[in-house]
Design a protein. Sequence first.
Length: 184
Amino acid sequence: MIIRFVMKDAHVPAAVQETMNKRVHQRMDAYFKDEAEDATVITVRVTEQKSMYKVEMTMPYLGHTLRTENQEREISLPALDKGIDILERQMKKLRTRLGRDLRKKPALAEAPVPDEGPEEEAPEETVVRVKRYAAKPMSVEDAILEMNLLGHSFYMFSNIETGMAATVYRRRDGGCGLIELESL
């Protein structure tokens, strides 16, 4: 297991960073003991703004990506500990879900259609962040599981059944919806 630290506007002393490295290894090594040492990369991103430390942790586990984000004042170690706790819970939850048969199929709904009202002059929107990731082919159920594990309200993926780009999303009524891209 490799731990990669990314510091963004954060002033973390080397001793604290070494302590963070030790804590992650102490708690996570047991989960990856059967793997090669460089098979798993855990990314720990530390950001500091106005004496608030935000620690984001991202890691692959059983073919899924787990992520957590925590904030603390003054020092980043408590945020790291909370993040490790959350990752361990996510790992246990994922193992439990993958271990049992997913009998219950989520109800899929039609994509929402925006209301066509009078057009107003809207302020110009700009892209603030671009995110790229490899979309592996998966079923709708796996995409919903991935969306829930990441804590997002939507998840874009390559539908294994149709071979097309698709997005699952959380509806306001608590259900899930599916948007599939038709060929152009």
